[in-house]
Design a protein around this ligand. Structure first.
Ligand SMILES: C=C(O[C@@H]1C=C(C(=O)O)C=C[C@H]1O)C(=O)O
Length: 352
């Protein structure tokens, strides 16, 4: 890991793009060090490299394999057991604004504009100091079951996160994806009980994903919904897999899935329009997707491994902008959704 730290620090100093990432439950990480500061964009998804795309689909950037040194590193994954005192400061204005946004979402659902919408907020945290690579290391240690990354491009920005959500994994024609929704904080109890609201919002996501992939694949299978923990947060998850049809390009499949109702809503277009109009900030790469495009850099096989960009933050100087959102249905309660967003923000706050 020390070698990669030096490489990354040198790249930062030279203002050259790089990304470091570590797949869920993996013992090793990968670094892409771009050799120039060109901004590369994905055109038809046949490119090879590390992709990072915005929520609105407007920008899909690439750190191409052909312009980069690809470096493998092993991890020092000692699990952090010291639970720090969590100080939760409530910004009253943010709370009022977010609860008002959620209430507006519920009203739109009651007016039949859509069935589900995922509403989010951004929170600025002032930092006394910040070390990008040290923070990345802390994310790896704290969240070994997630996809952890840190991305730097002098012309695009600095982002890092630890996401529990796969968007799409494709190897030849075999694909996997997941439906993830419903959130509750870990209380240490071994029995996780879900309310109807959470079960319903996750079922919306599963139904949507299954119905979409059935248009482009055969032998579509899905598991029973089960509980899964990321950091100190539980979610409901269903695994979906199948065989893509020969004419189902990566571009087509990603276009059908992204953004799923796990981060946008149902139906997609109405809920997306509501988000863009009412959230009053630009999600940028939050709830976009990122990961390996057309190459598994561990096995050097042709496959793609993409994740939804959640539990993430953008760094601007000594300020961190944290992003978190909640699935809103007719049964949502604004104060509970606020609390959920606060719980999600702790994933990032714990490493700052
Ligand atoms: C939108 C986020 O998470 C998504 C929303 C969830 C929910 O509403 O319960 C759960 C997991 C994610 O699909 C986020 O973490 O910011």
């Amino acid at each position: 890991m020390e070698e990669i730290v030096t490489l990354a620090q040198n790249h930062l100093q030279a203002k050259l793009p790089f990304v470091l990432y570590c797949k869920p439950n993996s013992e090793a990480g990968i670094g892409f060090f771009q050799q120039n500061d060109t901004v590369f964009e994905v055109n038809d998804y046949t490119e090879k490299g590390f992709v990072i795309a915005t929520f609105d689909g407007a920008k899909t950037y690439l750190i191409p394999e052909s312009a980069s040194a690809v470096v493998h590193f092993s991890l020092d994954k000692k699990v952090m057991t010291n639970s720090q005192q969590e100080v939760i400061e409530v910004n009253t204005n943010s709370k009022i604004n977010f609860e008002a946004l959620v209430a507006k979402g519920i009203e739109a659902i009651n007016n039949d504009e859509f069935k589900k919408v995922v509403l989010s907020r951004s929170e600025k945290v002032d930092l006394a100091e910040f070390d990008l690579i040290a923070t990345f290391k802390k994310l790896i240690q704290r969240y070994p079951s997630t996809f952890v990354y840190c991305f730097y491009h002098p012309k695009i920005g600095t982002w890092l996160g630890a996401t529990p959500e796969q968007l799409l994994k494709v190897k030849d024609t075999y694909f996997e994806t997941i439906s993830l929704a419903g959130t509750q904080i870990d209380t240490g109890s071994s029995e996780i009980i879900w309310g109807e609201k959470e079960k319903e919002e996750q079922q919306f996501v599963t139904d949507y994903i299954v119905s979409k992939v059935e248009n482009v694949a055969t032998a579509v299978r899905y598991t029973k919904a089960y509980s899964i923990k990321a950091g100190s947060i539980w979610h409901i998850r269903t695994d979906v897999s199948g065989q893509l049809n020969s004419d189902s390009s990566l571009k087509k499949v990603i276009g059908l899935l992204h953004p799923t109702p796990a981060v946008c809503g149902l139906p997609k277009e109405n809920s997306k329009a509501f988000i863009v109009k009412n959230e009053q900030y630009d999600r940028s790469f939050y709830t976009g997707f990122l990961g390996e495009l057309n190459c598994n850099f561990t096995t050097s096989t042709n496959s793609s491994d993409l994740y939804v960009n959640l539990r993430c933050m953008q760094i601007k100087g000594l300020q961190a902008y944290l992003y978190m959102g909640c699935g809103i249905t007719k049964d949502s309660i604004p104060a509970k959704e606020w609390e959920e967003s606060v719980n999600k923000s702790m994933t990032m706050k714990k490493v700052l």
